[in-house]
Design a protein around this ligand. Structure first.
Ligand code: HEC
Ligand code: HEC
Length: 165
């Protein structure tokens, strides 16, 4: 029983290693690391994956899709041209990143926490203000409604008709 389990694990390991070697030697599924073309605010050391991760967060925090800040490709409007600055919301977002960073560095990080305060240092994020909407709500948000029995957690209301595609 145990030994047959072992065998299966060994086989799996062998297959995985063999697969990795084969795909390496034939360059299968080994796309070149993607390059960043037009980065002005994120640190120059940022990797493509790190930027990509930040983008997913922007999408959620503002309740929008990628084309809210990115322009379509000239030749193929169905694809997006990520390095292009043709969409003015991209430069607004750059200023928002600078602003958020300054708030954290200059004001939030200097807040002293007493020893008895066990809460972690909280940083300002896009979500602190935007709460899932491209323009922050001007009025206080209603408290989230308790979910109907048997359903997920309550949701903040979404702004009407503001999210792009
Ligand atoms: C709120 C605005 C906003 C949204 C939404 C957004 N982006 Fe971005 N994106 C930016 C900004 C600003 C930069 C440039 C950052 C800089 O200059 O440091 C950028 C840069 C990028 C880059 C790097 C391009 C280059 O220079 O090579 C990629 C890739 C990218 N975004 C992909 C995405 C994807 C995919 C999505 C959707 C999941 C997305 N973005 C959603 C604002 C946004
Ligand atoms: C301190 C609050 C605050 C934070 C933090 C903040 N924003 Fe904003 N943002 C605003 C306000 C307020 C506006 C609306 C300004 C106006 O249009 O009058 C806005 C507008 C925008 C807009 C333009 C929306 C539109 O349709 O005109 C974008 C894009 C944006 N923010 C992106 C971001 C991103 C990305 C982050 C995080 C890196 C961020 N913001 C963090 C307050 C904030």
């Amino acid at each position: 029983m145990i030994s047959s389990h072992r065998k299966k694990i060994n086989l799996l390991l062998t297959l995985t290693v063999a697969g990795a070697l084969i795909s390496q030697s034939f360059n299968i599924q080994q796309p070149k690391p993607k390059k960043l073309m037009n980065i002005k605010v994120f640190p120059s050391t940022a990797t493509f994956d790190e930027v990509d991760h930040a983008m997913d967060q922007f999408k959620v925090d503002l309740g929008v899709k990628c084309n809210y800040c990115h322009a379509p490709e000239k030749d193929n409007p169905r694809k997006m041209d990520m390095p292009s600055d043709a969409n003015p919301n991209k430069d607004i977002a750059r200023d928002m990143i600078r602003m958020t960073e300054e708030m954290n560095k200059k004001y939030i990080a200097t807040i002293k926490h007493t020893e008895s305060d066990t809460s972690k240092l909280q940083l300002v994020t896009c979500n602190t203000c935007h709460r899932g909407a491209p323009k922050p709500f001007a009025k206080p948000l209603p408290a989230p409604q308790p979910p109907p029995p048997g359903q997920g957690p309550g949701q903040w209301p979404k702004a009407n008709g503001t999210s792009g595609k």
